[in-house]
Design a protein around this ligand. Structure first.
Ligand code: HPA
Length: 279
C-alpha cells in the first residue's frame, strides 16, 4: 500500500515488525500502553494522515511492541466525530495497521450505562451497535466493498473467548448493544429512555465508525466498554467530561488488567487471509 506514507514511517521505526492485533484505546484505557514490552512509541504528529489529538485523556501515539507472545500495535487516542463533524478520522490509522498485518481490532471506550445491572466500573463486551446518527466513514469511498455487511460486526467467537478469559480471572464481562451518540453534548434523559427502548444497553460517542472502517478492510472486531456513569436521568450524578475521566481512571487498573489477559490469551487462526476474517 504505497499510498500510505505513514506505513513507511512506521517501518522505518520498526523494520520487519508485523503486528497481528491492533488495540485502539479510549478514555480510561491509556495506561494499557505500560504493559507493552519492547515498546516503540511513535507520535501521531509524525505520521501522515493520523489525527491530531485534541481531547483530554487521549494521548496520540502508536505503540508497537509485544504483549506476551503477540505482536501488537496500540493506537492510544482516537479522533471523534464530534471534534470536526467528520467521522472518518481513524481511516488512515486503521488502514495502515491493516497493511502492517493486523487481523484483529480490539477497541475500547468509556460509556454510559442504560442497565441497572451494569453500574459504573462494569465492563461490557459490545455484541452489536446502533448507529443512531446514521453517519458512515465510508461515504465517498469507491468500490462495491463499501456495502459492507454489519452482521457479526463484533466477532461472536472473539467475544466468547474474551468473556471466558475475563471470567477465569473473576471479572464479569457483560454483553450488550452500544448506542452511538454523536455528541459532544451528553444525551437528554428523554434520549436515554428512547435509546433504551430501542435496544441499546450502553451509550458513547465513539467506536462505531472505527468498527465500520475495520470491517471494510476485513479486520475482526472485539470491543470493550468501561462503564463510567449511568445514562442521563438514570442517576443523580452530573455528567461532564471530567466526571467521565475521573470514573474511567477509577476503573482503569482493573479494565487494563482484563484487557491484558484478553490480548495475551486470545486465539485466532494463524494465517487468516485479508477479507476472509469473518464468516
Ligand atoms: N453518554 C455518552 N458518552 C459517554 C457517556 C454517556 O453517558 N459516558 C461516557 N461516554
Amino acid at each position: 500500500m504505497s499510498e500510505l506514507p505513514a506505513l513507511k514511517t512506521l517501518h522505518r521505526h520498526a523494520p520487519d515488525y508485523k503486528p497481528r492485533v491492533a488495540v485502539l484505546l479510549g478514555s480510561g484505557w491509556g495506561a494499557f500502553t505500560q504493559h507493552v514490552q519492547n515498546a516503540v512509541r511513535i507520535p501521531y504528529a509524525t505520521l501522515d494522515g493520523f489525527p491530531k489529538a485534541t481531547v483530554a485523556g487521549h494521548a496520540g501515539d502508536v505503540v508497537l511492541g509485544n504483549i506476551g507472545n503477540k505482536a501488537v500495535a496500540v493506537l492510544s487516542g482516537r479522533k471523534h466525530g464530534y471534534e470536526t463533524g467528520d467521522v472518518d478520522g481513524m481511516k488512515t490509522p486503521l488502514r495502515v495497521l491493516r497493511a502492517m498485518g493486523c487481523e484483529v481490532l480490539l477497541q475500547t471506550n468509556a460509556a454510559g450505562s442504560l442497565r441497572a445491572d451494569m453500574p459504573p466500573h462494569s465492563l461490557m463486551a459490545i455484541a452489536d451497535h446502533i448507529n443512531f446518527p446514521q453517519r458512515s466513514p465510508l461515504v465517498g469511498v469507491p468500490g462495491t466493498e463499501r456495502f459492507v455487511s454489519m452482521v457479526n460486526a463484533y466477532d461472536a467467537e472473539l467475544r466468547a473467548q474474551a468473556i471466558a478469559i475475563a471470567a477465569h480471572r473473576g471479572v464479569a464481562l457483560a454483553e450488550g448493544v452500544y448506542g452511538w451518540a454523536f455528541g459532544p453534548q451528553f444525551e437528554t434523559p428523554a434520549e436515554i429512555r428512547m435509546m433504551a427502548q430501542l435496544g441499546a444497553h450502553a451509550v458513547g460517542m465513539s467506536t462505531v465508525p472505527e468498527t465500520i472502517l475495520a470491517r471494510h478492510v476485513g479486520m475482526r472486531v472485539l470491543a470493550l466498554s468501561l462503564i463510567t456513569n449511568m445514562g442521563a436521568g438514570l442517576s443523580h450524578e452530573t455528567l461532564s467530561h471530567a466526571h467521565t475521566l475521573e470514573q474511567a481512571n477509577a476503573g482503569s487498573a482493573r479494565a487494563c488488567q482484563t484487557l491484558l489477559d484478553i490480548v495475551e490469551n486470545l486465539q485466532f487462526s494463524p494465517n487468516t487471509p485479508p477479507n476472509e476474517a469473518a464468516p
